[in-house]
Design a protein around this ligand. Structure first.
Ligand code: NAP
Length: 287
């Protein structure tokens, strides 16, 4: 990569940020499209996030991705928000339009597109979401635009699910409700679920598993997990074991990155290249 005085700067703000696969994925996309840009990771402590956002303007950066723990803070620091970013009060992509910072959230749309790519429909579906954190918020904001029949948010801390549900109820006409993550509740709810989505980190490497009675799901149901490390989580393996269709988290990772890339560059993102580099690293990690 030849860096010159014309090279444009992109990056990711997070804390920590060393685990992020975005630099690898975005630099592969930049190379593939022959763009004179570079994408760097920036580990930004929470007390510095305001200065970091100012620096996007000062350094004439093209834009940045934003990850944990800054997504909500950045939604209050930019000049304008997209519909999804506004609905979820969370920004994962900033575009610098001549000094005016526009905040987007491509997580939810990235997830929805990963479902579409896998041929999974949303309209009229009964959806059960495990978890009520930042990722769930972005995903719900995009899902409700696709007119599901009902969305149930099931969370360990029920009050957090209730807060999320209240927020979306006030802003959309979708039937949405909050429940606990207890085994009895899940058993009852899964019987009426077409699409189960895990948005908790449970299933990530080094973390145990949630006991989800997936045998209660009907045969045509789909199980999605947004965790991508390992590529196939215990939940997905168990679901496949009983013949259910599954969608893993790599698709969302690639799609959210591809959407960010397109917002910054106006180029079609080379999704195949992005997916290939991510899978190579994740598989290397599993060996
Ligand atoms: P977050 O804001 O910290 O939320 C975590 C959620 O998981 C909360 O609802 C939390 O429940 C729940 N949870 C955590 N540990 C749990 C446990 N042991 N048992 C039951 N529930 C538990 O995190 P996030 O930003 O939403 O991210 C969640 C996961 O999604 C991470 O693994 C992240 O890597 C993944 N992710 C993937 C993509 C992708 O592109 N594929 C994108 C974004 C995020 P409480 O409210 O009770 O604490």
């Amino acid at each position: 990569m030849d860096i010159t005085s014309n090279t444009k700067l992109l990056g990711i703000f997070g804390h920590p940020v060393s685990h992020s696969l975005s630099p690898l994925m975005q630099n592969a996309a930049i190379r593939e499209c022959g763009l004179d840009m570079v994408y760097l990771p920036f580990d930004i402590e929470e007390r510095h996030i305001k200065d970091a956002v100012q620096a996007i303007r000062a350094l004439s950066m093209v834009g940045v991705n934003v990850t944990i723990p800054h997504k909500e803070a950045v939604s209050e620091l930019v000049d304008e928000l997209s519909e999804e970013a506004s609905l979820s009060c969370s920004v994962n992509t900033v575009v610098n339009k001549g000094g005016r910072l526009i905040g987007y959230n491509t997580d939810g749309e990235g997830f929805v597109r990963s479902l579409k790519r896998a041929g999974v429909g949303i309209r009229g579906r009964n959806i059960l979401i495990l978890g009520a954190g930042g990722a769930a918020k972005g995903i719900i904001a995009s899902l409700i635009r696709m007119k599901p029949s009902r969305v149930v948010v099931s969370n360990r801390t029920v009050s957090r699910a209730e807060g999320l549900v209240d927020m979306f109820k006030a802003r959309s006409g979708t039937a949405i409700e909050a429940t606990s993550l207890s085994l009895e509740t899940l058993k009852k709810r899964l019987k009426y679920t077409d699409l189960l989505i895990n948005t908790t980190p449970v299933g990530m490497e080094g973390r145990g598993g949630l006991d989800i009675p997936i045998q209660e799901l009907s045969p045509g149901s789909v199980v999605a997990d947004i965790v991508y490390k390992p590529i196939k989580t215990r939940l997905l393996r168990e679901a496949e074991g009983i013949g259910l269709r599954t969608v893993g988290g790599v698709g969302m990772l690639v799609e959210q990155g591809a959407l960010s890339f397109e917002l910054w560059t106006g180029h079609d993102a080379p999704r195949d290249v992005m997916e290939r580099v991510v899978i190579k690293v994740l598989k290397g990690h599993e060996d």
